[in-house]
Design a protein around this ligand. Sequence first.
Ligand SMILES: [Zn+2]
Length: 208
Amino acid sequence: MARTRAGRQAKTEQGRTHEAELRDVVKRLLTLLGEDPSRHGLEKTPERVEKALRFMTQGYKQNIDHLLNEALFPLEYDEMVIVKDIDFFSMCEHHMLPFFGRCHVGYLPRRKVVGLSKIPRIVDMFSRRLQVQERLTVQIAEAIQEKLKPEGVGVVMEARHLCMMMRGVEKQNTIAVTSSMLGAFRTQQQTREEFLKLIRRGGAGDPD
Ligand SMILES: [Zn+2]
């Protein structure tokens, strides 16, 4: 689908206005916090924050079909596939503060597998949005279930939330754990247990 030059230009201009507005908002925020946005160290802060925020929320602009493009292929493999210890960084929608940790994904293929590197990409896509950990976990599991149609999917996320560590309850060592089990991972205890055993620290393939 060819886009016209005028269309592209309009889009760029729109993007530029959007960026400029976001920078203005950050400048205003600095002022309201009692800072002087024109002082040396803060001069470029609105621009940096704007870029960082857009990076950390780029998942809104990504599309799973595009991401999985040509990475699904048929394979007669019916053992569990696990990708564990995927680092992720997200932001809680209540405070817009980071929560981050590790995500473990497992699925039981049904004549179709996905390139292993795509699993962390799926995790990134949903993490780089404003989230709550519970919904993030479910979205990753449901996306894999929908696109791969496997026998089942399991997703476990372990995270620290800066909104809990820096403020609020100020608990520094608390880790929130969420999980989503679909298909065989939900209905078959043995499958679920195998998954949980394999992702446990010190489990197979873990050098720790
Ligand atoms: Zn929060």
